[in-house]
Design a protein around this ligand. Sequence first.
Ligand code: FAD
Length: 460
Amino acid sequence: MNRHQPERRKLLKVIAGLAVAGRAVGATEGRDGNRRVLVVGGGLAGLAVLDALVAAGLPVRLLEASSRTGGRILTLRHGLAPGLRAEAGAEQIPQSHYRVRALAAKLNISLVDYPEPRGAFVFRHGHKIIHFHHPSDLPAELTAGLSPAEKAEWPYRLHILYAKNAEPVSVEDPRSALEWLRDLGLTQRGATFVKAFSTVDPESISASAFQRMSQRQVERGKSQIVADGTDRLIRAMAERHRSLISLETKIEKVILRNERVVLVDNTGTTHVADRVVLALPLKPLSTLNFLPHMPQLIAAWRTARRTAFELKVHAQIQAEEPHALGVSQFAMALDFPHMTWVLPEVSPDGQAVLNATVIDKALALVRSRRAHGSQALEQLLRARLPWLQTLRVATLGVDLNADPLIGGAYTYAPAGRPVSSPPVRENLLTLAGSDFSHHPGWMEGALESAERTVQAILAS
Ligand SMILES: Cc1cc2nc3c(=O)[nH]c(=O)nc-3n(C[C@H](O)[C@H](O)[C@H](O)COP(=O)(O)OP(=O)(O)OC[C@H]3O[C@@H](n4cnc5c(N)ncnc54)[C@H](O)[C@@H]3O)c2cc1C
C-alpha cells in the first residue's frame, strides 16, 4: 500500500475544495510569463529576497503571519524615555558583517558606535563588586585555578584564546566544545568562565561549530548599531514593497505538486506559486503541515540543528551614573546577568538604556521574574547590579523565544553530529533565513541566505 495514500486523498480534497470555494489567490504566472514566487516570512531574509526579486522583475509576493514585519528584529520604544529604544532582538553589527553595512548604506541609514568604555570594568562575584582595568588586576579568589595564559585574557574571551590558534576541528569530530577546549588545555576554573560568557552552551554545541563561531568572533572587529533602532532597516525595506506584502497571513499547509506549490493560510485561503521561498526560523518551519509529506531537506535540518535561546531585558539608568562612579558601561558576572552594557542614545532628561542578556541556562529565572511583572524583574536586576542606584525597569521587553512564530534565537550544530549543512533546495522549495546560513544568530546570515536564494531562483 502506498503510505502516502491518506495524504494524497486529503490533497485532492483541498484542491477540489479550491475550485468550489474559489478562494485561490494569485495567478501562477506573471504577465510576461515569468514564474511566480511566493516568499513566506517577513523577517530580514524574506524582505531581502522580495526586494531582490522585484528588482529582477519577477512576479513575487510575501506572506507574513504576524501583524508586523521584522521577526527577530524588534525595536521597543514604548515605556522608555523619549528618544530611547531597546532591542528585543538584533542589535550589534560587527565590522566584518559587510552585507548588513551595505544594506544600511543603500537605505541611507546611519550606524553609530557603542560608547567607548570609560573607567574600570566591573565584575560582580556573588555579593562582591570588583573593579578592574586589566584581567591581571582580577583578585585571586576569582582567578585561582586559571593558567597564566588564561589569567592574562579578558574573562569573557577565554574560549577565543584557545579557538584562534587551534588546528581546524573536523565536522565529524563528536566532541562538544567544552571537551575540545579541555583537550586544548582549558582549566576547570576556565571552564566556569567559558560556560558563563559564551553565547551557546559549550556542553551542547559541537566543537567544530563552536570553533567556527569563535573564529568569527576574532575576526568581527568593533561592533556598531543602527542609529535610532534596528527596525529602521526593516521599515525602509517593507515600505518599498508595501503592496506586495500580506500581513496576518500565516501559512499552515504546504501542498507540493509536480509543478506548483499550493500554500494554505490560517483563513483557508490558498496561494499558488511556481516557486516558494520559506524564510522562516527552523522551529515554525518544522510545524508546517506538508502534503504529501515533509520534504527531506527540512527533516535533515531538524536533525542537524538545535535551537538556542537568548533573551535581553532592559532597564533605564542615568547615563552619567557609571562615569560618575568611575566605572565603565560594561559589567560582567558568572551568573545572571552575565553581561550588561549601555546603548548610545541619551534622553533629554539624561537617561540611557541598559541591556542585560541571558542565554539558555538562566532563562527560567528571568522568565519567572518577568511573569511576575516589572517590579519583580527590577528587584532581581537591582540585587545583581547594586552599584547602579538610578536603575529602573521601564519595559518587560519581548521574549521572542516564546513566540511560536520564532521559537528561539538561533540554531547550532549539536555535539555528536556532523556539522556539515544539509541542502537548502528541494524541487520547488528553497529555505532562506539566518538559521540556514553560515552566520546563524546574525542579520548577516539572513542576508547571506537571501543572496543565495535569489541567485538560485534567477538561475533556474
Ligand atoms: C535576542 C536576540 C538577539 C540577537 N542579537 C543579534 C545581534 O546583535 N546582531 C545580529 O546581527 N543579529 C542578532 N540576532 C539575530 C537576528 O535577529 C536574526 O538572525 C535575523 O533577524 C533573522 O532573520 P530571518 O529573516 O532569518 O528570520 P526571522 O526574523 O525570524 O523572520 C521570520 C518571519 O517568519 C514569520 N513566520 C513564522 N511562521 C510563519 C508562517 N507559518 N507563515 C508566515 N510567516 C511566518 C515570523 O513571524 C517572522 O516575521 C538576535 C536575535 C535574537 C532573538
